[in-house]
Design a protein around this ligand. Structure first.
Ligand code: UDP
Length: 472
C-alpha cells in the first residue's frame, strides 16, 4: 500500500528543449522534496545537459534514465531543439518523439512507476498510462492566458475577420482589452500541423494538467481553462523558486559565466538591463546590428546574451566587457536566474518565452518585450496588457525564421529600453506592479500559499489513486 509519499514513484518525460526540460526538472525537485521518487527519462545527449543541474540538488530520490533517440535515416536530427536550424517541432522531429515510445515502455515495465508526468507533445503517454491503469499528467509549457487566448482565436477563427496581416482584432470574452494581429499568430493557431490532430483525444485520456504558474497571477484565465477544458489542473509555480542555493541558481540549465557577477557587483541598484532571448532564438546579422546600436544608444548598462549563432560572428563583441561600451556580452549560456535576482538589475529585455516571463515576474523587474515565435506574442500581451509590467519593442511577426521577421530598428529598441529603465510616473507604476507580482509569487510558493497547497493536493491525490489501485 502507498502508506507514505515515499512509496510513490513518478516518471517524468520532458520535451527535448531547454524551455521544457528545465521547468520539468524543477518540478521533479519540488515533488521529491515531499517524499516521492522521481525518475526523469530522456535521451543521452539531453541527460548530459540535465546532469549538472541535478547534481546541485541534494535529494537522492531524483534519478535520470536514458532511452535512445532515433531519427529518420534521410534526416539526422539533433536530440535537442537547440541544435535544429529552425526551432520548430517539425513532423520529422515529432516522429522521433513518437519513436521513443517502445523504449519508454520497456523502462516503464522494469520500474512500474505510479504516474507519468509528460509534456503535451507526447500524446502517446496518455494511451500508455491508460493501458497500465495509472494516471498521466500533462505538462503545459505555457500560461493559462496564452493557452486560452490561442484556443479562443483558433476556435472562432478570429484572424479571418480582418482584411490584412497587420489589422488588429479584439479577442472577445475577457475582461482585458486584448488586441492582436494575424501576423502575431503562430502557425499552431492558424494552421495546426496534422500531427497535432490526435492531441485533443490524448488529453481526454489524461488525468490532469500541471501548470508552471500560480493562481493569483492569472485567476480569470485559470478558471476559464478549467471550464473550457473540463480538466483537473494544478498550479504549482513558479517551480524554479525551489532553487535556493547560489550554486543551484547559477548552474541551472548550464554552466555559469561567473565574471558577470563581478561586473554586476560594481553597478548601482536597479541600473542594469538584462537582455536574453531564451535558448532557441536566431537573428539576422542586420537585426543584431540594430539591436546592438539600440542598446548602446539607450545609454544604460546592459548584459546581452547571444547564442552561438553564426550570424552573431562579427556583429557582436566577444564574451565580456568591451572597451567604450556600457554592455557586458555573454556568448552561450547565461546564469539567468541568478542575474535576475541581482540587486543591480533594473529591467529585462525578453523574448517572452513563458519561463523567462515567469522568472522576470518572480524577480520583480519590469520588462521590454520582444517576442519572436510560438506563444511568445501571446505572453507579450499578458505582460503588457494584463499585468502592466511590460513595454513592447514592436516585434509583430511571429516566425521561427529570422529573415521573415521585420527588423526592429535601433530607435525603437532605445525608446522601449528608456521607457522601462527611465524615470516618470508610468515607469514607476510599472516598477510598483512588478514588485507586487514578486511578492505574490513568493507568497504562492511559501507555506500555505496557493502553489504549495496545490502541489500537496496533487501528491496526495496520486497517493490515493495508488492505494485504490492496490486495493482493486
Ligand atoms: N536560460 C538560461 N540561460 C540562457 C538562456 C536561457 O538560464 O542563457 C533559461 C531561462 O532561464 C529559462 C529557459 O532557459 O528558464 C528558457 O525558457 P523560455 O521559456 O524562456 O524560452 P525558450 O528557450 O523556450 O524559448
Amino acid at each position: 500500500m502507498a502508506s507514505s509519499a515515499a512509496d510513490l514513484h513518478i516518471f517524468f518525460l520532458p520535451l527535448l528543449a531547454p524551455g521544457h526540460m528545465i521547468p520539468m526538472l524543477d518540478l521533479s525537485i519540488l515533488i521529491s522534496a515531499r517524499g516521492p521518487r522521481s525518475t526523469i527519462v530522456t535521451t543521452p545527449a539531453n541527460a548530459k545537459l540535465l546532469r549538472p543541474s541535478l547534481s546541485d540538488t541534494d535529494n537522492p530520490n531524483i534519478h535520470l534514465l536514458t532511452i535512445p533517440f532515433t531519427s529518420d535515416e534521410s534526416i539526422q536530427l539533433p536530440e535537442n531543439l537547440t541544435g535544429h536550424p529552425i526551432p520548430d517541432i517539425t513532423p520529422e522531429f515529432f516522429a522521433s518523439l513518437c519513436r521513443l515510445e517502445p523504449h519508454f515502455e520497456s523502462l516503464f515495465l522494469t520500474h512500474r512507476p505510479d504516474c507519468i508526468i509528460s509534456d503535451i507533445f507526447y500524446p502517446w503517454t496518455a494511451t500508455l498510462a491508460k493501458r497500465y491503469g495509472i494516471p498521466r499528467i500533462a505538462f503545459h509549457g505555457t500560461s493559462y492566458f496564452s493557452f486560452t487566448v490561442m484556443s479562443v482565436i483558433s476556435l472562432l477563427r478570429l484572424y479571418e475577420s480582418v482584411s490584412s496581416f497587420d489589422e488588429p482584432f479584439l479577442v472577445p470574452g475577457f475582461r482585458h482589452n486584448i488586441k492582436m494581429t494575424r501576423s502575431q499568430m503562430s502557425s499552431i493557431v492558424t494552421s495546426p500541423p496534422e500531427f497535432m490532430a490526435g492531441f485533443p483525444a490524448s488529453l481526454k485520456e489524461t488525468y490532469g494538467t500541471v501548470m508552471n504558474t500560480f493562481h493569483e497571477l492569472e485567476p480569470a484565465y485559470a478558471d476559464f481553462f478549467k471550464s473550457f477544458s473540463d480538466m483537473r489542473s494544478w498550479n504549482v509555480g513558479p517551480v524554479f523558486l525551489c532553487r535556493r542555493s547560489v550554486d543551484s541558481l547559477r548552474n541551472r540549465g548550464g554552466a555559469a559565466a561567473c565574471e558577470v557577477f563581478r561586473w554586476l557587483d560594481g553597478k548601482d541598484a536597479g541600473s542594469v538591463l538584462y537582455v536574453c532571448f531564451g535558448s532557441l532564438a536566431r537573428f539576422t546579422a542586420a537585426q543584431l546590428r540594430e539591436m546592438r546600436a539600440g542598446l548602446e544608444a539607450a545609454g544604460r548598462s546592459f548584459i546581452w546574451v547571444v547564442t552561438d549563432d553564426p550570424e552573431a560572428e562579427g556583429s557582436v563583441p566577444v564574451t565580456g566587457e568591451e572597451e567604450g561600451s556600457v554592455g557586458f556580452v555573454i556568448k552561450g549560456w547565461a546564469p539567468q536566474l541568478a542575474i535576475l535576482e541581482h540587486e543591480a538589475l533594473g529591467g529585462f529585455l525578453t523574448h517572452c518565452g513563458w519561463n523567462s516571463c515567469l522568472e522576470g515576474i518572480a524577480a520583480g523587474v519590469p520588462m521590454v518585450t520582444w517576442p519572436l515565435f510560438a506563444d511568445q506574442q501571446f505572453n507579450e500581451r499578458f505582460l503588457v496588457d494584463v499585468l502592466g509590467v511590460g513595454v513592447s519593442v514592436g516585434s509583430v511577426v511571429n516566425s521561427t525564421r529570422p529573415e521573415e521577421r521585420t527588423v526592429v530598428v535601433a530607435e525603437r529598441v532605445a525608446a522601449a529600453v528608456e521607457a522601462v529603465m527611465g524615470e516618470g510616473e508610468e515607469a514607476e507604476e510599472r516598477r510598483r506592479k512588478a514588485r507586487e507580482m514578486k511578492e505574490a509569487a513568493a507568497r504562492a510558493v511559501g507555506e500555505g500559499g496557493s502553489s504549495e497547497v496545490d502541489l500537496g493536493r496533487m501528491v496526495e491525490e496520486l497517493m490515493a489513486l495508488k492505494m485504490n489501485r492496490m486495493k482493486g
